[in-house]
Design a protein around this ligand. Structure first.
Ligand SMILES: [Zn+2]
Length: 394
């Protein structure tokens, strides 16, 4: 059975709602015999469902024809965003609408088996809570923290992760029985955010996510770029302080050691403040605690300088700053914008608009799903899932 025939059937049902087999055959131009086979297998996989018969509206004799429609509870696309301390999942139906999403946390030092267990438990919980099922799942996109190498697969500085990522891909393909595509989680987040802002104002975009780690994504010439080995936008590892704290990448003083969530919490602890969680951080920010304000300001200045440098290189129209840090401490956006304005004051036309992110935690898994559809104009030059999915699907 040809995939393109199946897609045509699904598209007609998506566009026109419930139809009989005869109507599907007429509207797709596919033979009745083939339509019978396709609808049989789509019913078996619960992609579609029998919603009614045409008995009421029919005058002729014979058995009433069944009306078939897309199963609204069939999750067909799964987007997964693995962070350093949490996994976020979005499930989309055949119409590309998100029908369920959720998040589970794990410790920073959790290894892949523990992260995968958290993912499985989260997906079970989502299916039970929402009535959504994954028996018609078509494809899975998985974002993992960078530095990470794209599917073209030349190992970069994260070569140790490449083999781990390969086994992750195989593991997930076996668990879900669907093709799996892997990429950088922040690039997926950048895709979701950039698609939103470029709908209103086309142009180049720099995206930065300040969370458990710091990563970024770039839209240049209207296209999402991954770089030669998939490391484009790794702003978190720009050195911001000489002889600063040790970063997870092995260097000292990276932006990530100053402006990520763990770095800000560590700075609070170093100043003797009893702030160990993001909730406590948010509460201290809300009370305008002067030491916390100072820590956020230092972080914002460091981020603003890195983004000003990026702006001088790329001259983007918009800089989008998202992630957990601005959600807990929104004032950091003003510090970032002021620092950038100051840094770029001699070249004012180079100063981009600084925009807060639209999504709050689900940007990575949403972007993963956009990448699976490959429908965004930002992805024209980006490898699609057919060329990128490994032959790991059972
Ligand atoms: Zn680093």
């Amino acid at each position: 059975m040809r995939r393109s025939h199946v897609d045509r059937v699904l598209r007609v049902l998506q566009r026109d709602g419930a139809l009989s087999r005869a109507e599907i055959a007429a509207r797709t131009g596919i033979s009745r015999t083939t339509i019978s086979e396709i609808t049989g297998s789509l019913l078996a996989s619960r992609s579609i469902t029998v919603v009614a018969t045409d008995a009421l509206g029919r005058s002729g004799r014979g058995r009433p024809a069944e009306l078939l429609a897309l199963d609204p509870s069939a999750g067909q696309f799964l987007g997964i965003d693995f962070g350093h301390r949490r996994v976020h999942v979005s499930i989309a139906d055949a119409s590309h609408d998100i029908i369920a999403s959720g998040e589970a946390r794990y410790p920073d030092d959790a290894q892949w088996p523990e992260r995968l267990d958290a993912l499985s438990a989260l997906i079970d919980e989502l299916q039970q809570g929402s009535g959504v099922h994954l028996s018609a799942l078509q494809a899975v996109a998985v974002g993992v923290p960078g530095p990470f190498v794209t599917a073209q697969g030349t190992p970069g500085e994260g070569s140790g992760r490449l083999s781990a990522s390969r086994s992750l891909e195989t593991e997930l393909a076996e668990r879900f029985g669907a093709a799996v595509v892997l990429d950088n989680n922040t690039r997926y987040a950048a895709l979701a955010e950039a698609q939103r802002v470029t709908d209103d104002q086309p142009g180049d975009v720099v995206y930065l996510r300040l969370g458990d780690g710091i990563g970024g994504g770039l839209v240049v010439g209207g296209r999402l770029v991954s770089g030669s080995v998939g490391l484009a936008g790794e702003f978190g590892h720009v050195r911001s302080v000489e002889n600063g704290r040790l970063c997870r990448c092995g260097k000292h003083g990276c932006l990530e050691t100053i402006a990520s969530t763990p770095a800000i919490l560590a700075a609070c602890a170093a100043r003797g403040l009893p702030i160990t969680t993001v909730d406590e951080l948010r509460a201290a920010v809300a009370k305008a605690h002067p030491v916390v304000d100072e820590i956020i300001r230092v972080a914002g200045v460091a981020v603003g300088r890195v983004l000003a440098t990026a702006s001088l290189m790329l001259n983007p129209a918009i800089v989008v700053v998202g992630g957990e840090v601005p959600r807990q401490a929104p004032g950091i956006l003003r510090v970032i914008a002021e620092t950038m304005a100051d840094e770029l004051s001699s070249t004012v036309p180079a100063a981009p608009r600084v925009s807060p992110a639209a999504y709050s935690g689900d940007e990575g898994s949403r972007g993963a799903i956009i990448a699976l559809f490959h429908s965004s104009p930002l992805l024209v030059d980006y490898p699609d899932r057919e060329t990128r999915a490994r032959s790991t699907a059972p």
